[in-house]
Design a protein around this ligand. Structure first.
Ligand code: TMP
Length: 215
């Protein structure tokens, strides 16, 4: 099977991962590379509908297991419809959040066993897993302060919860240092983006998959 490159962006709330994933996508496209930029939960009609349910602040009583299964359900669909086909074609896939987010939000912070979440995740993603993950790390209070006034259901969770999210991400980064690159999200955007691009270009060069000049 022809194999593309699967890049994910993770981080606590307000870490700027969407900004950086978009900048990286534009940079790679300008070099003539085929890139799919998507997000989780979301990226397909069904997954975007599930996203609405998950983030709706009126759904206050949602059980964490229900929440976890809905994130997984959204994931099944985007992997099937978008991510796997793009990787099969040898394209680059950039996804804002993936299975690590379930492991930290519903696991480390939400109280479900991270191992159970990983097992369900492996079952539903069937071998699709990120080659490299950029963890944009930020002090939780600073990140939350960057958000707009209307907070969604997840953003409204306690400071304790969000601190557990950050700790969970950092724990994954320690365990999987080769895959997960921790990047400080409080540096200048251009500098942070430069660091991200260097890592990606290195991987692409090692796979002889890069055109160096913008087209
Ligand atoms: P966003 O911040 O990328 O828009 O993601 C939406 C929210 O969903 C964010 O608070 C993180 C949360 N989330 C989970 O709790 N579990 C997951 O598996 C994913 C993908 C996201």
């Amino acid at each position: 099977m022809k194999r593309g490159l699967f890049i994910t962006f993770e981080g606590p709330e307000g870490s700027g991962k969407s900004t950086h994933s978009k900048l990286l996508c534009d940079f790679l496209k300008a070099r003539g590379l085929k890139v799919l930029h998507t997000r989780e939960p979301g990226g397909t009609t069904v997954s975007e509908k599930i996203r609405k349910i998950l983030l709706d602040s009126r759904n206050k009583d949602m059980d964490t297991v229900c929440e976890m299964l809905l994130y997984m359900a959204a994931r099944v669909q985007v992997v099937k419809e978008k991510i796997r086909p793009a990787l099969r074609k040898g394209h680059i896939v950039i996804c804002d959040r993936f299975l690590d987010a379930s492991v930290v939000y519903q696991g480390y912070a939400g109280g479900i066993s991270p191992d159970i979440i990983k097992d369900i995740g492996l079952f539903i993603t069937k071998g699709v897993s990120p080659d490299v993950t950029f963890l944009l790390d930020i002090d939780v209070k600073k990140g939350l302060a960057r958000l707009g006034k209307t907070k969604d259901r997840m953003e409204r969770k306690s400071l304790f919860f969000h601190n557990r999210v950050r700790e969970g991400y950092l724990a994954i980064a320690r365990k999987e240092a080769k895959r997960v690159r921790v990047i400080s999200a409080v540096e200048d955007i251009a500098e942070t983006q430069e660091g991200i691009r260097k890592v990606v270009l290195r991987i692409l060069n090692s796979r002889h998959q890069i055109t160096n000049k913008p087209q």
